[in-house]
Design a protein around this ligand. Sequence first.
Ligand code: GLC
Length: 582
Amino acid sequence: MKSRTAPVAFLRMLNSVYNKKQKPSTAGETTQSNKSWWKEGILYQIYLQSFKDTDGDGFGDLNGVVEKLDYLKSIGITMVWITPFLESPMVDNGYDVSDYKAIHPRYGTMEDFDRMIYGLHEREIKFVLDMVVNHSSDQHKWFKGASSSRDNEYYDYYHWWPAEKGEPPYRHSLFDPEGGWDYVEAVDAYYLHTFTGNQPDLNWENPKVRQEVYDIMKFWAEKGVDGFRMDAFQFVSKDTTWPEFPEGHEKDYVKWYGLRPELHGYLNEMYNKIIGKYNVFAVAEGTGSTFEDAHNLVDSDRNELQMAYHFDAVNLSQTPKGYSLLDFKGVFSKWDNAFSEKGWLAIYLSNHDNARLVSRFGNDSDDFRTVSTQLLNTFLMSMRGTPYLYYGDEIGMTNIDMPNIEEYTDIEAQGKYQSALKAGADMEEFINTLNYNSRENGRTPMQWDASENAGFTTGDPWRRVNPNYTEINVAKQKTDPNSVLSHFKRMTEVRKKNPVLVYGDYTLLLPEHEQVYAFARELDEDKILVLLNFSESESEIELVELQGLTSEKVVIDNYEGTAVEGTCITLRPYQAILFSLG
Ligand code: GLC
């Protein structure tokens, strides 16, 4: 490891100079004439707590990222999003912030942060901060004040229902089986929370709250942050006349709670005060419930956000039964189609809120784990949109088997368990499904090598390491040219060398094929054919595009020696191959 010990003030200055030098366009049209670095980027998400621990406390930290900077550069990614590392009581692992300008000591210091962002920038990697401002922690000074007296200056920073008006109209909480309002005696009122009761929703209708948010964003933009990921953003604005919602409305949660019209005014304001001014970009978690909602968030002429991610694809595979490839193609094709002229999307299949990529969308058996992860990584980096890749998926980390509810520490899992119990659900089936789709699967420590605790920590890891770390780890894959990791590096190179994969038009081929996802990408003279066999059997396909193709036209292949005969090709299990048709 190289040690970099530039003085902190100097680093801060460099980070802000760096930020000014880069002039990313914040335009959003899906054409090459509207290029931007965040469209061309390859984003890698780090779940900090599980990435690399340098002080032996069992939690990953910022210095762990510093230690792995050269690794990040070596795998070819160009942007990093790190999950929250700010002061927090950690009810939701940092998605409950109690001080937006201070680093949680578990993760390090502000000096460590400065060193990390300097090191990233030095390697031409951009940094994206997770902004959790739909809600704060109940331990934030704003909420402490607000819940002490109705006269407190922070009272209107949150949504309250005064008890003298009776019971509040029902609001559903995503994490709390008891619902979205909690009572506070000192103010004789109920406050609203979309997530747990420890995460009270901020009142964005109050201009002072919005100003606080811009102030926080300014603070981080001046420290050199290149982008913001806006957590739970579609729920920020509320109808504060608090109408009754019909019974069962929560089944269509986003429709009732997402993207109210007022939000757009707030986003314009944010764009003018921060996004445009500091040349940063922002990506929203969530897209509302229609394509129009999504466009209204990210189209460049609206001057709001620049990118968004939808949930349709990750929602496909929620039970051990898996998903149908036809549905999968349908989701990605319809979204690409709706965004072919305007707007920009993130492309992802895994993150800290989901189970592991290969266990849900590929095949994590010993025979097919490697090839099927390679196929999924090829897919993510061949689509239009910015690929969001999740730590550990570059080596094919898998789900961890957790059949006992006692082992689950995540509040989402615990909340779901309580709701299932309350509803009288079949608990055996519930646990099987949880074991398959729980987000704890995606949060196990990074598997660096075959030493104790996978080289993640010298202490006791906060979460059990997946026992398969002796087989699946970075050290082992680094030297193997056929590994998931070596293929990942080749694929990031392919993506970077071929703007057609970033900006090119997308055409679905063989729409009815149940095993093979085939599509073409086209930009001016450049055309790439993408063939992905999503099955553990061979699949023979026929396509006119294959006419005349030879092995010299192969851009990347996760097998060797693939032959095309006429217009036919036999794809091997989970084969992923790109041909240049130009
Ligand atoms: C977002 C985050 C998730 C968190 C929730 C509450 O959905 O991605 O991890 O639990 O917001 O902040």
